[in-house]
Design a protein around this ligand. Sequence first.
Ligand SMILES: NC(=O)c1ccc[n+]([C@@H]2O[C@H](COP(=O)([O-])OP(=O)(O)OC[C@H]3O[C@@H](n4cnc5c(N)ncnc54)[C@H](OP(=O)(O)O)[C@@H]3O)[C@@H](O)[C@H]2O)c1
Length: 189
Amino acid sequence: MYLIHSPADRTPSEREQDTESWQAMVDEYPTPDNPVDNWFENVASSWQAMTELYHEGKIKALGVSNFYPAHFERVFKNVSVQPMVNQIRLNPSQVLPETVKYDDAHQIITEAYSPFGQGRSFKVPLYQELAAKYHKTVSQILLRWSLDHQYLPLPKAGHEAHMRENLNVFDFDLTPEDISRLDSLNTKK
Ligand SMILES: NC(=O)c1ccc[n+]([C@@H]2O[C@H](COP(=O)([O-])OP(=O)(O)OC[C@H]3O[C@@H](n4cnc5c(N)ncnc54)[C@H](OP(=O)(O)O)[C@@H]3O)[C@@H](O)[C@H]2O)c1
């Protein structure tokens, strides 16, 4: 799959100093009212080139990352191939409900990157409580939550034991009540 990545981010040092970097990144994004550096035109021409390769059979799937409804509305109104995947940061405490809703309404797979909050999730008490309840690990609870929402989780694991653990999530289900408890962690509704 080829995807167009987000256009803007902070430098590593700026991000380190800013605990709200995720929200700041969202706020600083190009929007139709703030079209940073011809971003929309550049994305449209890149998408056109990718579309040609797709029609030639050289790319199997096209996607985007960190796109929000305003970006889709502006860039993909009159294109022959719509994005098939939108890769966004997504775990129980970091959800972009409007973007997920938009993806769903347009048959775009929401790919959930950083499902473990880049490793910060392992100490969250509710995750630990549910891991004990289901005799699973925190990573498995989080991946199950993602799958139960029909997201496509994209975890990163460098250790083989972690990779194996992360694959072992298809033998249990979370109850609707526990899914709701996890959903209630999202403060950005
Ligand atoms: N499109 C974008 O803008 C964007 C932005 C950020 C990340 N991503 C992608 O998203 C993917 C996710 O990466 P991420 O680093 O952001 O976050 P993540 O998957 O939420 O967290 C990765 C951390 O979790 C640890 N971990 C994984 N499985 C574990 C397990 N079973 N038990 C304990 N610890 C475990 C990893 O340790 P070990 O490595 O030691 O196993 C690593 O420290 C990557 O492929 C990345 O490229 C995309």
